[in-house]
Design a protein around this ligand. Sequence first.
Ligand SMILES: Cc1cc2nc3c(=O)[nH]c(=O)nc-3n(C[C@H](O)[C@H](O)[C@H](O)COP(=O)(O)OP(=O)(O)OC[C@H]3O[C@@H](n4cnc5c(N)ncnc54)[C@H](O)[C@@H]3O)c2cc1C
Length: 474
Amino acid sequence: MLTFPEFDAQAIHRDLRNILSEEYISTSLFERLNNALDPWPDELSKERLPYIVVRPETTEEVSRLLKYSNENRIPVFVRGSGTGLTGASRYSVKGIVLNTNRLTSLEVQKDYGYFECGPGHRALAIQEALDARGYFLPMAPGSIRIATLGGIISNNTSGHVVDACLGKPADYVLGLEVVLPSGEVLETGTKSLRKPAGTDLTKLFVGGDGLLGVITKIRLRLVPAMKKAYGVAFFEDLAPLARGVQRMYYENAPLPLFMEFMDKNSATVGFKLQGLQPPPGPVIIFLTLGHTDEEASQKADRLVEVLKKEKPIQAQKIEDMEYWQTIWRVREVMLPYLMQEGKGAFAGCEIVSTLANLQECLQDAIKMSDDMPTLRGMDSFVFGHIGALTIHVDYILPAEWPAVKKVAAVTEVLQKEAEINLKYGTCGGEWGQFSKRNPFYLKRYGEQNYKLVIEMKKLFDPNNILNPGILMDL
Ligand SMILES: Cc1cc2nc3c(=O)[nH]c(=O)nc-3n(C[C@H](O)[C@H](O)[C@H](O)COP(=O)(O)OP(=O)(O)OC[C@H]3O[C@@H](n4cnc5c(N)ncnc54)[C@H](O)[C@@H]3O)c2cc1C
């Protein structure tokens, strides 16, 4: 149980004026609410609303802010866009929210082969800036339009990207600037394209779940833009679809950048909203990369050939860009589409399969509501990054359900996610490890492992002021 004393919000406000200009400190109820909401709004409570929201612009301001909070033992919550799905962006106690949306420097250093940016940039803005210069951003969560690079790096998530094709953000981060909870500023990594061998603290902060420090600058390798080709396949049901994905790996076919799938239920909603005929069954869509159009196209041909061995209703390369954009949109904005159509909130999870068990794991995912009391009998929407062996199972919770029932549904789904991921010896590959996933982490890796994480947190943050509540007390 986390306990922090009640602080005097006015006194905090007064002190913070010595660090930041008044216009970047807010105590308005709207700002406090807006900076405390995450994708699980029903869990927000009045008692946990932050005292104050601050928007620093420089590393020095972040440093002074943390030093002040540390000396006064006031909790600080780092906020990118608040889209994190494990509950890490939902605060356990009252505190100061450090919103990163003014930490938005960007320098493309072509001579050095990297770019450096502040953590508050939205990923899409970075992607567009890189596109314009002939590079591309090797990470693509479904939330790319809103998620910040700082949030993405803290989760080490690449979203749609097939890990085995392009790797995770950690593979591209050359170095970081981090402010420790004490206010000290740390530089990690290198300015070379040669990444450090041996101990490199960068690795602790990338995918560090926001536990150890505030990332204030990110140095990422520039990745040249590649040529792309596209494909689609419709199947009778999910078993041959899963076998097609397995075949892609087993036959050493070229791995695509993205390979997404939607079951018939979810695809039908999206296709309808895009004005397309409902699909005849579950769908795979994929995108291949090449140094030339020909190379990308040959890879797509090879994938179509491999998928055809599982006798899909139809599998083909897509030449019509308008069609590709339309079906890509169906997948990319699947969650908002489902909520719009179902007029409700969602409960969802991230099941990760092993390659060998993909068919069985998909079956487990489809049947997961059978033993969930709140969601039994409800329609599920199954989709995800099948090329990366990730399956999302989502349920739309009717708006009229009371908050307590919606919270129960979210909890059930994550418990079931844990059960299935434990069964296959996997773990979430996108959303981070702790908060709502603490019980899973303990079961999956054991108490000693969890204690080590707690000890590491204590080493960096002895007063537990940074994002308290993401880890639980043992
Ligand atoms: C509609 C929707 C679709 C999504 N699709 C995907 C998907 O396809 N793939 C995927 O992986 N995820 C997906 N997500 C989840 C989410 O977008 C990602 O987890 C994203 O990485 C979080 O970015 P954010 O800026 O919102 O971070 P936040 O939610 O604000 O923060 C996440 C965590 O990182 C910490 N943090 C943020 N910035 C810093 C910093 N500068 N220094 C230290 N710690 C920091 C926070 O304190 C928090 O603990 C989706 C979410 C939504 C709502």
